[in-house]
Structures are given as C-alpha cells and as structure tokens.
Design a protein around this ligand. Structure first.
Ligand SMILES: [Fe+2]
Length: 292
C-alpha cells in the first residue's frame, strides 16, 4: 500500500519514490517475462563485466513493439496494479481512469536511449492541451524499475515543483544554462529493483546518462481520467492487430477492458449485432456481461 506520507510527498513535490513497491513475487514474475522479452539484459545489468546482451547496439526501435499487452501475465498485471490505479484515480479526483501507456524501456551505456536529457515536462505528448492543477485532468506517470538503479546507472532525475510553483509551465523544456536551479535541485531516483517513481505532467524531470558500464530495465505506465478525449499518448486500437492483444482481451475482466477504453457492460454501444460481432472477433471472451 502507498502510505499517507508518500501521498503527501507527491502532493507537496509532484513526485514520490515508492521503495520496494512490488512484492518479491511480483518482481520475480516481471523479471521472468523481461528475460524472455530481452534475453540477457538482466544478467548483464547485474554484472556489467559480462559481455553485453545480443543486439544491445540496436538502432531506434518502435515503442509499439515493446508495449502492453505483453506475452505472459505478470507485466500486464503490473500495468493494472490495483495500487497504481488507486493512486492515479485518487489524484484524478476519485473518478474513472484510463490506462494511457504501458511500455517496457531498457538501456545500457552506449545504447541509443543512453542520453543525458534536459529537464522537461512530459505533457507535450500526453495531452493536446495544458495540464492544469484541477484533479479532473490529472495524469499520473509511473516508472517501475526491474533492476537496481545506482547513481551511475542512469537514474531518473526529478525536481520538486516547489521550485516552480505558480508558473505557467511553458516552455516545457529547460537547459541547464537557461534554468540552472532545476538541475541544482534535482533528486536522483536511486532505487532497488521493484521500486516505483510516480510523477506528473507538471513535474520537471529528466533521464540521466550512464556514468559507467551498466544496464537498466524499467516499465513506464501512465494513467489519465477516463473522460477527456484530448489526453493519452497512444491509441490502443493500434495494437489490435496483434494476437497477444486478442489473447489479453479475451481473458481480461470487463473492468480491465474499460481501463483501455473498451465499452462498459452498460454502454449503449451494446446490441445484438455488436455482441455477435465482438464475440466473433474474440471467440474466448465471455459476452454475458454485455448482453442486454
Ligand atoms: Fe520524460
């Protein structure tokens, strides 16, 4: 459970580090699936004296190929972790929420993703508008770490919003030269595997570069209030061509399907035709909740 103190820290600073958020079983399950997805990366992260994993020097890979739904169950279950959902819903005023994104991200020293980023806000590709303080429009981002992250292993750096309170947050990017205080006040999320960094669209942060050989595997999950249509980073129907998507859809609960934008059982969408059509598309889906 996320504690009241942790929730207060998020409200005061725009971020919170949840140490050892995942249970040992959840972490072990996730790591098993990571190993299948990107063989060798976890062993290399644990011991960077070993040879680097195969294809570590890949060029830009589409995030589309490394996002939810994943093969297996653990990464999908963590995407919809009840405590992440509770946290995101609470910050959004307690209403229905939508899962915007669930991407596995990994990098090592020299990898194309190994960059010393500038301080930025993520909202530019999470909403077409502007992220107000109003909870009705609150998007929460989570970085879930599947490897330990020490100071030299590219920790995410984050700067408390106490340093930029009451400002219109534009521009969404600041170099060290134009706003050194964001960098002077940054906190680096050095964590053990299984920990989570929660932040917001109003929180300045940046990826840092590896200072020594090493690797980092993490999972980026974000949630938004369900109703506004101008938020989100991807469209889930884009994933609809993948067999893994159909497999997840068939096994998910109606509530889990709603989290990615599928019509709820009481939605006027449902008719004899749509029940028959959806059932034809997903033969293993229990259609009982959608029948009038
Ligand atoms: Fe970012």
């Amino acid at each position: 459970m996320v504690s009241d103190e942790q929730i207060q820290h998020y409200k005061d600073h725009g971020f919170v580090i949840l140490e050892n958020f995942l249970s040992p079983e959840e972490l072990a399950g996730a790591r098993e699936e990571v190993e299948v997805f990107i063989p060798g990366w976890l062993d290399y992260a644990a011991d960077p004296k070993r040879p680097k994993p195969a294809n570590w020097d890949e060029t830009l890979v589409s995030r589309r190929s490394r996002r939810f739904p994943f093969k297996g169950t653990h990464l999908n279950t963590i995407t919809m972790h009840p405590e992440l959902r509770r946290f995101a819903s609470m910050m959004a005023g307690g209403g229905d929420i939508f899962c915007e994104q669930s991407d596995l991200i990994y990098k090592c020293k020299g990898h194309y993703a190994d960059n010393d980023q500038v301080m930025h806000l993520d909202y530019v590709n999470h909403t077409l508008a502007y992220p107000p303080e109003d909870p009705a429009y609150w998007q929460t981002a989570f970085l879930i770490y599947y490897t330990d992250v020490a100071a030299h292993e590219a920790p995410t750096a984050v700067c408390s919003w106490q340093n930029y309170k009451d400002e219109i947050l534009w521009p969404p990017v600041h170099t060290k030269a134009d706003r050194p205080s964001l960098y002077e006040n940054e906190v680096k999320a050095t964590v053990s595997a299984g920990s989570v960094l929660a932040y917001s669209m109003r929180t300045f942060h940046r990826g840092t570069a590896f200072l020594e050989e090493g690797a980092r595997v993490a999972h980026f999950v974000s949630y938004a209030p369900a109703k506004p249509r101008w938020m989100g980073i991807i469209g889930w129907p884009e994933q609809g061509i993948y067999p893994s998507f159909s497999a997840w859809m068939e096994k998910a609960t109606p509530q889990e399907r709603e989290l990615i934008g599928f019509p709820a059982p009481n939605d006027p969408y449902w008719s004899d035709e749509t029940v028959a059509g959806v059932s034809a598309r997903y033969p293993e889906m229990d259609m009982t909740p959608y029948k009038k």
